[in-house]
Ligand binder design. Structure first.
Ligand SMILES: Cc1cc2nc3c(=O)[nH]c(=O)nc-3n(C[C@H](O)[C@H](O)[C@H](O)COP(=O)(O)O)c2cc1C
Length: 167
């Protein structure tokens, strides 16, 4: 075993789960950003956690509104995931630049991509400082799923979105 960098470690733990953080901006429009720092942290009650850079628009929105929907993207969203992950909602309307089909989820007024395998309607419980990211601990208010959709995962850190291989 040899010592390696965090970047190399992130590549070696691939694939990692991938969610699209869907939030409402100040002007009421939708913002979407991919996040691979995601985990469940309790079953009873249902809680999840994710971490996103301190300067992200998604973080700003969830701290302001206390609400988000996290959606696991389907395979048709490969290019959109990379585009949404390389622009800030504070600087542009990502959905206008890269339009995708959207759907509504019961229990939320935040829309999510139509090609979604799972969606978690969440409420912010706690924000924890974590170096250059904030860690958001969120109660899961509702979960919906469509098992016919194949989900994308994050490969090579943030480098690539692709399905996971089994076996
Ligand atoms: C596949 C993928 C995974 C990503 N995972 C994370 C993550 O876990 N945490 C993070 O801070 N940024 C992550 N990013 C980068 C953010 O999506 C990116 O900083 C985005 O521009 C933030 O958008 P916002 O400012 O509109 O919130 C990821 C990007 C990609 C393409």
């Amino acid at each position: 075993m040899k010592e390696i960098s965090m970047g190399q470690a992130a590549k070696m733990t691939s694939p990692n789960p991938l969610v699209l953080v869907c939030t409402k901006k100040k002007d009421g429009t939708l913002n979407i950003a991919p996040v691979s720092f995601f985990m469940f942290s309790s079953f009873h009650p249902p809680v999840l956690a994710f971490a996103i850079g301190k300067a992200s628009n998604s973080g700003e929105n969830i701290r302001r509104t206390g609400k988000a929907v996290l959606a696991t993207p389907g395979v048709s969203l490969k290019e959109a995931v990379m585009a949404f992950g390389s622009a800030h909602g504070s600087q542009k309307d990502k959905l206008k630049e890269v339009p995708i089909a959207l759907q509504s989820v019961e229990g939320s007024d935040i829309q999510i991509p139509e090609d979604t395998r799972n969606a978690f309607v969440i409420s912010l419980m706690q924000t924890v400082e974590s170096g250059d990211h904030y860690l958001y601990l969120c109660s899961i208010d509702k979960v919906v799923g469509d098992e016919t959709r194949q989900a994308l995962f994050a490969w090579d850190g943030y480098g690539k979105a692709a399905p996971a291989r089994e076996g």
